[in-house]
Design a protein around this ligand. Structure first.
Ligand SMILES: Nc1ncnc2c1ncn2[C@@H]1O[C@H](COP(=O)(O)OP(=O)(O)OP(=O)(O)O)[C@@H](O)[C@H]1O
Length: 590
């Protein structure tokens, strides 16, 4: 056996054995890479086929797989998506098209997932709509119309949406009106629909909680334009506001609402009551005292150095803090294990040329990954480090942006390592890997069923990815090259890097939607934070009080932050629609 091959086998041979953390690339490994890609491709096909054939049970009208494999749903997940990235469509699951869901299938799903009364009603409304019970959904305000048939030779985008009839949008609190308006315009155009038909005729199902995080750089869907604005009268509306109002009018057309009022995550009753009061900004002093028992240093959470807290993620409000804490954890853990720290360096180019200017190179590498389309400039690796994927690799296989994993190995070109310090953050003996090839990450929730060649189950090779971002370089230009007045000098940078970031510490926004088994949180809010989400999202990620450690003492006032007037007004409006919905679909609520 070739030495490097031997090393690989030994390294990934058993998770309990001591893992050799880093392997250099050899022709053998490159060959595996090609093999892995083929295997991953066939796994994707397997999942796609199972989605289609497994659910479509109308024998007389069976869909031809090949004719629909081009059909793709574009998921709008507010966490992955900002206004710019909506342009980069992420192709995901093929649409299984409308299936005939028999009564017994519905019932077995209800039982299997132990759906509560409201979940059950929502499930029945949606699945019966899939089966053709559409009349009750078409309210008076809703336009219905026949869509124009899409002819062969249509653009790629039109093909992608051709068979899409339903679009699920999760975390709607983070979706903004500008984004929704843009989505509406795109769907309307790709479906060649009458512009009056919302979303080009696609049925859109929103999920979310308006008391959770609001959109970043956009306006929440609950914004009420009927209130007088601060704009001076007579001032014409901006194009942006016109678009936002149009999107708001789409939201006002929603006429089927289910309120999932039962807290299913929290198992601890006392804690659940606390969270319910927190939603109103109405926690009492007993709630405050209860939470203070979870502050680090109290008998119940004596130290973060000890288990389980030394493995629990820390939730930070700011990206800079998150990155610093992750770097500190990597340096500390490498020292504990007696390893030299390894740091992957992103490959940045500008107009096809590598960046040679050392000042610019340093600036780019130090940019927060929140500004570089989530590809980190410097990525420290320590064996067994928790990580998060920051791009969608293969949605079918569950290899999606935000999924957690454990770093197992780095495969890189042996001659690409230097010890020239690129950052003061890391120790002097740090090895910088300039040409990583892929990281082997263990992803427990991956849907890959086969073992990839030579790899243990659930080990996924994560390759480099490419993204382009813009950066303001005004303040590093020599004086005579600086633009005049307030102009900015922007550069467009293409980056190739591993789409992975350490997850010892994650940003609070990233925790929305997750259930965490343990977490360390900070309730000392950044200045001027008056958003109830900053407290509610964090505390509601855990199943019980004893799963949370609070970094330091905090003010009682943070538990008294009230929902904003517009949040309350929208929730009340939805409550009324929920009453109508219960009336209209009364049989599903029994
Ligand atoms: N009917 C149910 N029976 C048992 N557990 C459930 C049920 N419904 C949800 N759960 C559990 O509750 C937790 C939260 O579920 P889920 O993530 O779907 O909620 P969510 O409404 O999206 O929450 P959030 O918006 O706060 O993130 C999960 O651990 C899930 O398994």
């Amino acid at each position: 056996m070739a030495p490097a091959q031997h090393l690989l086998n030994e390294a990934v041979g058993g998770m309990d054995q001591q893992i050799v953390p880093f392997v250099s690339a050899t022709p053998n490994l490159v060959r595996h890479n090609t093999k892995w890609q083929e295997q991953l491709k066939s796994e994707k096909e397997r999942v796609r086929r199972s989605l289609i054939t497994g659910k479509y049970d109308k024998t007389d009208d069976t869909l031809d797989y090949d004719s629909i494999q081009d059909a793709l749903v574009t998921m709008v997940n507010s966490k992955n998506c900002n206004i710019n990235t909506l342009d980069n469509y992420t192709q995901v699951l093929p649409v299984a098209s409308v299936t005939t869901t028999s009564h017994s299938t519905q019932q077995s799903i209800i039982v299997e997932y132990a759906l509560n009364r409201e979940q059950r009603a929502a499930f029945l409304i949606i699945t019966n709509h899939l089966d053709g019970d559409k009349e009750r959904h078409i309210g008076e305000q809703r336009n219905s119309g026949k869509l124009r048939t899409i002819k062969p030779g249509d653009t790629k985008l039109e093909n992608q949406w051709r068979l899409v009839e339903y679009l699920l949008i999760d975390e709607m609190s983070m979706v903004g009106l500008t984004l929704l308006a843009k989505l509406n315009r795109i769907l309307s155009a790709t479906k060649h629909a009458d512009p009056q038909i919302p979303f080009g005729g696609i049925n859109v199902i929103f999920f979310g909680d308006y008391l959770q995080y609001r959109p970043v750089y956009d306006t929440p869907l609950y914004t009420d334009f009927s209130q007088p604005t601060k704009n001076k009268s007579g001032q014409s509306r901006s194009e942006k506001e016109i678009q936002q109002r149009a999107a708001r009018s789409l939201i006002l057309q929603i006429n089927c609402v289910i309120k999932l009022s039962q807290q299913m995550r929290t198992e601890d009753e006392r804690y659940r009551e606390l969270l319910e009061r927190l939603r109103q900004g109405d926690c009492n002093l007993q709630d405050y005292e209860l939470l203070l028992t979870r502050v680090v240093g109290q008998p119940s959470v004596s130290s973060l150095r000890e288990s389980p807290w030394n493995e629990a993620p820390i939730l930070a409000y700011r990206n800079e803090v998150r990155t610093q804490l992750n770097n500190k954890a990597a340096v500390h853990n490498a020292a504990q294990l007696g390893h030299q720290l390894m740091v992957c360096v992103a490959q940045d180019t500008c107009r096809g040329k590598a960046i040679e200017d050392p000042i610019l190179m340093k600036k780019l590498l130090e940019l927060s990954d929140s500004k570089t389309e989530h590809l980190p400039g410097l990525l420290p690796f320590v064996p067994e480090m928790p990580v998060i994927l920051t791009q969608n690799l293969a949605i079918e296989l569950g290899l999606i942006n935000g999924i957690n994993g454990i770093f197992r190995q780095l495969v890189y070109e042996a001659d690409s390592v230097s010890i020239d310090a690129l950052s003061n953050t890391y120790p002097n003996n740090t090895q910088y890997v300039h040409r990583p090839l892929y990281a082997l990450i263990e992803i427990a929730r991956s849907k890959i069923e086969c073992n990839l060649e030579t790899l243990q189950p659930k080990i996924v090779p994560v390759p480099l990815m490419e993204q382009t971002f813009r950066v303001d370089v005004t303040n590093i230009l020599p004086k005579k090259k600086k633009p005049e007045s307030n102009q900015k000098a922007m550069l467009s940078i293409k980056r190739r890097a591993l789409p992975v970031v350490p997850a010892c510490c994650i940003i609070t926004h990233k925790s929305q939607g997750q259930t965490l088994s343990k977490a360390v949180i900070d309730l000392k809010l950044p200045n001027e934070t008056e958003d109830i989400a900053a407290v509610y999202v964090l505390l509601s990620r855990l199943k019980q009080l004893i799963d949370v450690a609070i970094l330091r003492p905090f003010d009682y006032e943070v538990l008294r932050i009230k929902p904003s007037k517009s949040q309350v007004a929208e929730i009340e409006r939805l409550d009324k629609l929920y009453i109508d919905t219960q009336f209209r679909f009364s049989e599903y609520f029994q």
